[in-house]
Design a protein around this ligand. Structure first.
Ligand code: NAD
Length: 492
């Protein structure tokens, strides 16, 4: 019997928008005319046809970006760069509902989450709009004999390649575009092939905001073709990538040709720790949100839960209850809390992990399988009785699947929490301040959240230890990722 997915019978139609590649200030067809379908993950049906770029298109985009870097963008004052970023933030807000609908139809996430992502994107553009006029160097006094005037300058890298994943399409594009443009670089950006639509619309808003042709080029395309062409291109000075660790390695290899700079935001398997002295209701709710929001397709998801043994059943039981009541449906239905996963292959991957975990002895307190038979929905799942060495505990599932383990001793906890090749984020729930800060210091993670989980802001650096990445996005740190330091030494 076919299950009707709430809200998927009468989906709103996809707003019109650009479907070509943005190269040199115009939306154009791919050089070879290739196109691809974009699917609605709530139904599995094709909803748009977009151009799909290859090596030649990346090359055209790089040439255009280079001309813009040497020309219009180099002549633009910091203030005028900042003004364009600010205008784009305003335009995102003016088109908030349209952009949210595009994102939800393309990625699947509930409309409220798309709206939140885009509000963050607008704030990110505003944050870096303010930075454009504050890129400066230092006057340095050397101890050499004689008289000197020495100073440093911070200069843009040139043409940067940016490769974005499908889980936060417009927001993660904003994290990359904003600091790169604020510092005077030009861009060739590739959205994920599953979710190009909001990024293409963003490109159109940039043109409306007055961005000169060629400063931002958007080449939709497959990772192994357009992505690889960006990573390998000799005319690109840096590549910034967000995605899986496996692709991160492929990008590093491709980037070795011209030794371009590389920054990587990769995956995670982040530990979230609840001590018995925490506000347990807040901890259970926060821990549920840490894994179930955005369908768990979040690199910083709190996907490994460690709860002090004497409150384990209570906390994990509450999280499972919360999961049972999450409304699953099309993201366009206002009551939906959990939308579909992004694609059929991702659904297979996530359900495959759950099945393997259960086969190896894990017990689902709730969830455990696909939801319905149309679209790519999966039940929010809580697994207990999991072995520390099992794949569900060690590998990133990237779906609404929580693995929970009890702990007794804080030293043993720190060892287990850090016993992973990843190091993106960690959560700690306790009322004991000293304990909170001690555990925060012990966690090998780029971000530690205490009595909250996943709070992000444009001013706060974001990135990972160990195999979770190289470099940081957001905050002033991102400006360093898009500039070179030049030292000027003058003998007076
Ligand atoms: P993915 O690495 O396959 O794809 C991400 C992007 O890389 C896409 O645009 C894709 O087209 C491109 N790509 C794929 N192969 C490529 C290649 N050989 N050369 C160049 N580009 C290539 O990742 P995915 O499976 O689509 O996305 C989920 C993964 O991304 C998860 O592992 C998740 O943890 C990670 N992620 C990390 C962050 C972060 O900030 N650290 C954020 C979002 C997602």
């Amino acid at each position: 019997m076919s299950t009707t997915i709430r809200g998927s019978e009468k989906l709103p139609s996809l707003p019109a928008g650009p479907r070509g590649l943005l190269i040199d200030g115009k939306f154009v067809d791919a050089a070879d005319g290739a196109t691809m379908h974009v699917y609605n993950p709530a139904t599995g049906e094709a909803q748009a046809e977009v151009a799909v770029g290859g090596k030649e298109d990346v090359d055209r985009a790089v040439k255009s970006a280079r001309r813009a870097f040497e020309g219009a963008w180099r002549q633009a004052t910091p203030s005028s760069r900042g003004k364009i970023l600010w205008r784009v933030a305003d335009l995102i807000e003016q088109h908030a509902e349209e952009l949210a609908l595009i994102e939800t139809l393309d990625n699947g996430k509930p409309l409220a989450e798309s709206r939140g992502d885009h509000a963050f994107a607008a704030e990110c553009f505003r944050y870096y709009a303010g930075s454009a006029t504050k890129i400066d160097g230092r006057h340095v006094v050397p101890s050499l004999p004689g008289e000197w005037h020495t100073y440093t300058r911070r200069e843009p890298l040139g043409v940067v390649g940016q490769i974005v994943p499908w889980n936060f399409p417009l927001m993660l594009a904003a994290w990359k575009i904003a600091p790169a443009l604020a510092t005077g670089n030009t861009i060739v950006l590739k959205p994920a092939e599953q979710t190009p639509l909001s990024t293409l619309r963003l490109g159109e808003l940039f043109l409306e905001a007055g961005l000169p042709a060629g400063v931002l080029n958007i080449v939709n395309g497959y990772g192994e073709v357009a992505g690889e062409a960006i990573a390998a291109h000799g005319g690109i000075d840096k590549v910034a990538f967000t995605g899986s660790a496996q692709t991160g390695r492929a990008i590093l290899r491709a980037a070795a040709g011209n030794l371009k700079k590389v920054s990587l935001e990769l995956g995670g398997k982040s530990p979230n720790v609840v001590f018995a002295d925490a506000d347990l209701t807040a901890a259970a709710q926060g821990s549920a949100a840490a894994i179930f929001s955005h369908m768990g397709e979040v690199c910083i998801a709190g996907s490994r839960l460690y709860v002090e043994q004497n409150v384990f059943d209570e906390v994990v039981g509450e999280i499972a209850e919360e999961a049972k009541h999450l409304k699953i449906g099309a993201g366009t239905d206002p009551d939906t809390r959990l939308g579909p996963l992004v694609s059929e292959s991702h659904l297979d991957r996530v359900t495959g992990y759950i099945e393997e975990g259960v086969a190896s002895g894990a017990r689902p307190l709730t969830g455990g399988k696909r939801f319905g038979d149309r679209g790519y929905f999966v039940e929010p799942t809580v697994l207990v009785d999991v072995e520390p060495d099992s794949r569900v505990v060690r590998e990133e599932i990237f779906g609404p699947v929580l693995v929970a383990r009890p702990f007794k001793d804080p030293a043993e906890l720190a060892f287990e929490a850090n016993n992973t090749r990843y190091g993106l984020a960690a959560g700690v729930w306790t009322r004991d301040l000293s304990k909170a800060h001690r555990v925060a210091a012990a966690m090998q993670a780029g971000m530690v959240f205490i009595n909250t989980y996943g709070a992000i802001d444009p001013a706060l650096p974001f990135g990972g230890f160990k195999e979770s990445g190289w470099g940081r996005e957001l905050g002033p740190e991102a400006l360093d990722q898009y500039t070179e330091a030049k030292t000027v030494v003058v003998a007076l």
